[in-house]
Design a protein around this ligand. Sequence first.
Ligand SMILES: NC(=O)c1ccc[n+]([C@@H]2O[C@H](COP(=O)([O-])OP(=O)(O)OC[C@H]3O[C@@H](n4cnc5c(N)ncnc54)[C@H](OP(=O)(O)O)[C@@H]3O)[C@@H](O)[C@H]2O)c1
Length: 294
Amino acid sequence: MSERVAFLGLGVMGSAMAGHLAAAGHQVTVFNRTASVAEKWLAANRGSRAATPADAAAGARFVFACVGNDDDVREIAVGEVGAIPAMAPGAVFVDHTTASARLARELAADAAARDISFLDAPVSGGQAGAENGALTVMVGGDEDAFQKALPLIDCYARCVERLGPSGSGQLAKMVNQICIAGVVEGLAEGLHFARAAGLDPAAVVDVISKGAAQSWQMDNRTETMLAGVFDFGFAVDWMRKDLAIALDEARRSGARLPLAALVDQLYAEVQAMGGGRWDSSSLLARLEALKSAR
Ligand SMILES: NC(=O)c1ccc[n+]([C@@H]2O[C@H](COP(=O)([O-])OP(=O)(O)OC[C@H]3O[C@@H](n4cnc5c(N)ncnc54)[C@H](OP(=O)(O)O)[C@@H]3O)[C@@H](O)[C@H]2O)c1
């Protein structure tokens, strides 16, 4: 069934997700803060454009968002021209931004007071996952709203799971980022060590990727890391935002995250090298810079 939906935020991730909704036959109204980006999206996809989140959300049964951080979500959801006050009772807001669990609970309560459902639904799978419609989506919120939104989220996902009440999706995404942080630094150190030892790191990875050291990062990032290519992918600035959210949550729950805290500091050094927009695999660039400065 074709649904009337709004999509707020047409960045690397949002533009591809909105495109899949349009390709599946849904009536998509997009909003992007920088209007030229929405124009570009409309040149490649079927849909319409609104000047504010509120205008995009009016009359939509589902409103999707994928913006930057907590403040950005707050602005487009409940700011001066935010979507939630413009949504009809019974509508569902699906937030794909990686943000805090506290924000998800706060906005879910705001939305519930207007008889609107709010799902926190951060994603994993990167730009390629969004473009190929193969994202993993971790959802928190009400089961009924989840069941309503599921057929739409399926347009760009290969795995969609509800993990519990509001905030659970964001908490699961924190687990995802905590796991990734240690793995990327481990891979960077392995490649760096192989090179320093005089081995061919690509040949070594060919072998060890068949064994217990294998990982998504090893399969998808080794080649670009060894080529020193980092101007793509998941930005270091975003990774630091995500680790800050996880470390803040851990301070509250009492969980210990020594490795995530360390890797966060290593990413701060990559930022100081000018690598804020580099892919998070650029931890290798930091190691190589330190070695050549020795
Ligand atoms: N890229 C990845 O591989 C990846 C993977 C998983 C999760 N994520 C998460 O997904 C979210 C989006 O990532 P992305 O890579 O798509 O980011 P991006 O390319 O930088 O796009 C961000 C989008 O948010 C909009 N935006 C930011 N602040 C806003 C505000 N205050 N009001 C209105 N619009 C605002 C931007 O609008 P403008 O065009 O006007 O700047 C842009 O459309 C982030 O939370 C990120 O952590 C990203």
